[in-house]
Structure formats: structure tokens, C-alpha cells
Design a protein around this ligand. Structure first.
Ligand code: F0G
Length: 464
């Protein structure tokens, strides 16, 4: 299958290729990011997306029960017997009228894509199963990542469940939520906490994996992004293969943005959908490099000839000011998104927009999502906060059909949630006030009552 799938530099003017088993994940000619590319003329992509529906009757087979590999004809880089799956991607596209109302949308027009249902509790498993499969194809014994917590949890779980590889994870000190740290430790990953933040940890892990020959699973790994494309296939399937008007996604390292863009570009090019949906990428205001470069400075993909000087100047400016990403949405506390060029390509081809939302907006949106029945972590709620903002601006119409991606589970970061609902001003101030959050607009406070039957009954009658 090697010649049917290969790696290719993302820049059309370069276009250098590499074989499937190259693990440098960097163009040897120009140093850019790589795509996984396919010789579609010699492969057999489906003629119609409805063909995937037939797989529902074969759900006793592991590759058909996986919400990722069920779609493997759309990313055919591995043979069936090479695939490593732990049943990822069985996630839900849930219509939410209460969240629609909060965002200013009409009833029936807003959907939440709940990726918290994955085995490790975040969307990362969609990509990890693909990267892990590739790692196995090239005979890797160790795999590494830098992480704000979810990539590391996902890697740890795949290593533990398959016992095929040792996980080496790098996290910034004090920058990881307890739910995620618990997963890495409990699943037996070698956990290296370095003095610094995610951006520092990512730079280090790239160096170290090269030096020690450890397989890298961060989203510079193009195989991971192939797996993440399937989130979009599942959304299309849930919407009976109709293309929604908008996909709204939180932006951190911009792997999802890149993967979603590639999914739609390929589906359009293969003639499987008539057009791509529009893509809205939502940064946290405290980690808003993509917003600044795209919306404020007008940086564009420009057919692959993007203005690298502008990007370099922006990064140097951050260095000079010693600027650090700072948001309660720790999953997206990232100032140097490695997938920036691919994300620019995605928003270019999908008529995209980029917005930033404050931690206040994120936490209020998170509370509304939970009140509607799905629990997500702060970073995920950036999508809903962003949708509300774009609706208020009139960029999204009240009757357009939109899907907000809920990237990670509520229990990943209980500290933020408990502080938001806490009646104790000290807890609120320590966790949220220091991030500029003034009020918990949708708090559900615990009721304090004496241990007395009458008092307890009285409290229930008052509040419920
Ligand atoms: N939402 C959650 C819950 C995440 O964990 C991440 C990224 C993102 C959104 C942003 O996605 O990077 O594709 O733009 N978490 C990474 C990690 C960085 O290490 O777990 P992106």
C-alpha cells in the first residue's frame, strides 16, 4: 500500500514527498509540515457517503464499531491487520435547543458534537488510534508527546490498553488539570514535568524525540490528523449527509482545525459533498495567536505562500515581551500553534473566521452546556461561547445549522467547575477571580442546611 499513500509537503510550491514510514514529520526540502496524501485514482474511495451506513450492521467487527476506522476508506494508509483500536469515536451529535437559545439561535439549529464520550474522555483518541497504528507500522517501542493533558491521557491509555509501547509525556509545571494528570499517572505513563508551559514542553519533546528516536504523537504528526478527520464524517452522518452551515471548534495547537479542513477539502475534491461548511475557530483571549494573526494582521494561506516574516515577527514580539499564554481553559493555553499553516489553509478553503472569547464567556457557556445535559471542560465551551459571539455579530444567522465541537469531558477539570458553582468567595477568587472572571452568571450553589430534619425539608420545599 506504500505507494498509494505517502507523505507530502503542505506547500504546493514545494510538494516534496516522503514515504509512509518517515517519522520526522517535517519536509526534508523546506522544513514545513507534511500531509498524508493518497493516490485516489488508484484507490477505491466510496462513490457515495451513504455506503458507510451499511457498516452499522457489522458492529460485531472491531474495525466497524470504531467511529474512526469505520471510515478508513477515507484515510487508507494502514492494512486492516495493522490497525490498533480500542473502540474510540463512538460519539454523539446531540441537538440542543437550550444551548441554541443561549447562543441566540433558532430551535433545532444548534448541535453539540460530544467527543467527551471517547475512551480517554476527549477527542484526542480519534487521532491517537491513527498515530498509534502508524507507530506500530514503523515498529516504534516508545511514543512521546507534550501535552496540556488530553493528548497525554490518550497516549497513556493506548499504551496501557495494548501493552505495545511505553508512553513518555511532557507537561508544563502546574499547568495540567487534575483529571488529566490522574489519567497519565494511573495508566502508567512516564510523566516528565518540566519547568515551563506547553509551548516550552512541545519544543523540548520535538528535540528529544529526534535525539532518542522516540515516536512523536503531537499533532505535527500528520497521521493523527487523519484520525481526527472522522469527527467530521460522523457529524455528516448524523445530519444524514447534509453539510451544516458552520462547524465551530476551539483552537489551541490547531490540529482539529487542520484536520477538519483537510476532511472537507478531500470530500469536496472527491465529489462526495457539494461544498464545505464554514469553519469558526475560537481562541481563548489569553492564548489568541491565531486570532491576532488572522483577524488583526490579515495573515492568509495565500496558496501556500504565507507571509512567514509576519509570523516570525509576531513570535519574536511575544518573546521580547516574555508573553505567556494565560487562560483558565488550560487545554488551549497555547501561544505557538504548530499547525498554523495547515489551519490557515483550512480557514481559506472553508470560508473560515477566527474569534477570541474571554474566560468569563467560556465559563458561562460551559455552565449552559452542562445545564443542557452534556458535561464539557472549559476549553470545549469556547466553541459555544464563540458561536454566541458570532451570532451576536450577525456572522452566523439564527436559522443556520451549526455544530459546536465539545472536545473534552466535564470531569477532566473539576476544579474550575466546582469553583464556578462555589458559594465560597475565597474558592471563587483563587480559581476564577485571578483569571478576570467576575461573576458565575449561571451558578448552581449547594444549599447549606443544619443537620435537622425540619430544616432539610424546608430547604427542599423552597428550592425544588
Ligand atoms: N479542546 C481540548 C479539550 C483539548 O485538549 C485541546 C488540545 C483543544 C481543544 C485544542 O485542540 O490543539 O487541535 O487546536 N489539547 C492538546 C493536549 C494541546 O495536549 O491535550 P487543537
Amino acid at each position: 500500500m506504500t505507494d498509494l499513500a505517502y507523505q507530502r509537503c503542505i506547500h504546493p510550491s514545494c510538494g516534496a514527498t516522503a514515504s509512509l514510514d518517515d517519522t520526522s514529520f517535517q519536509c526534508a526540502a523546506c522544513g514545513s509540515l507534511m500531509d498524508v496524501a493518497y493516490d485516489w485514482d488508484r484507490l477505491h474511495p466510496p462513490k457515495n457517503l451513504r455506503e458507510f451506513e451499511a457498516k452499522w450492521s457489522r458492529r460485531s467487527e472491531p474495525l466497524e464499531v470504531s467511529g474512526v476506522w469505520r471510515f478508513r476508506e477515507l484515510f487508507p494508509f494502514a492494512r486492516d491487520e495493522q490497525i490498533m483500536t480500542i473502540g474510540e469515536g463512538q460519539t454523539l451529535t446531540q441537538r440542543s435547543d437550550s444551548v441554541a437559545k443561549f447562543a441566540g439561535m433558532n430551535s433545532g439549529r444548534l448541535f453539540l458534537q460530544y467527543e467527551g464520550m471517547n475512551p480517554s474522555g476527549s477527542f484526542k483518541d480519534n487521532g491517537m488510534t491513527a498515530a498509534f497504528t502508524h507507530a506500530r507500522m514503523v515498529g516504534a517501542r516508545r511514543a512521546a508527546c507534550a501535552s496540556t493533558g488530553n493528548t497525554s491521557a490518550s497516549l497513556a491509555i493506548y499504551c496501557a490498553a495494548t501493552d505495545l509501547m511505553r508512553a513518555v509525556i511532557f507537561i508544563g509545571s502546574g499547568k495540567i488539570s487534575y483529571g488529566k494528570l490522574a489519567q497519565a499517572l494511573d495508566h502508567g505513563a512516564l510523566t516528565v514535568q518540566i519547568a515551563g508551559d506547553f509551548d516550552d514542553a512541545l519544543a523540548r519533546v520535538q528535540q528529544i524525540s529526534k535525539k532518542l528516536g522516540i515516536y512523536l504523537v503531537n499533532s505535527v504528526n500528520p497521521f493523527r490528523l487523519e484520525g481526527q478527520k472522522t469527527i467530521m464524517y460522523r457529524i455528516l452522518e448524523a445530519l444524514r449527509w447534509e453539510v451544516p452551515d458552520w462547524i465551530v471548534v476551539p483552537g489551541g495547537n490547531l490540529g482539529n482545525t487542520s484536520a477538519f479542513g483537510k476532511a472537507f477539502i478531500e470530500l469536496v475534491d472527491l465529489g462526495l459533498i457539494p461544498h464545505a461548511p464554514r469553519l469558526a475557530v475560537i481562541n481563548a483571549a489569553g492564548a489568541n495567536t491565531f486570532f491576532q494573526l488572522y483577524e488583526r494582521q490579515g495573515l492568509r494561506w495565500n496558496g501556500g505562500r504565507l507571509d512567514q516574516g509576519r509570523v516570525d515577527a509576531y513570535m519574536h514580539g511575544m518573546d521580547a515581551a516574555n508573553a505567556r499564554a494565560n487562560t483558565l481553559a488550560s487545554a488551549i493555553e497555547i501561544n505557538r500553534p504548530v499547525n498554523l499553516p495547515k489551519a490557515l489553509r483550512a480557514v481559506d478553503r472553508c470560508g473560515g473566521v477566527v474569534r477570541e472569547v474571554t474566560d468569563q464567556e467560556i465559563m458561562d457557556a460551559k455552565a449552559k452546556v452542562a445545564a443542557g445535559g452534556l458535561g464539557c471542560e472549559p476549553a470545549s465551551a469556547a466553541s459555544v461561547a464563540g458561536a454566541k459571539k458570532l451570532r451576536a455579530e450577525g456572522v452566523i444567522g439564527a436559522d443556520e445549522r451549526i455544530v459546536c465541537i465539545l472536545t473534552g469531558h466535564q470531569l477532566k477539570d473539576p476544579t474550575a467547575t466546582v469553583a464556578y458553582h462555589s458559594a465560597d468567595p475565597k474558592t471563587f477568587e483563587e480559581v476564577l477571580g485571578t483569571r478576570g472572571i467576575r461573576r458565575a452568571n449561571f451558578a448552581n450553589r449547594a444549599v447549606q442546611v443544619p443537620n435537622d430534619l425540619d430544616e432539610i425539608i424546608k430547604a427542599i420545599e423552597v428550592y425544588a
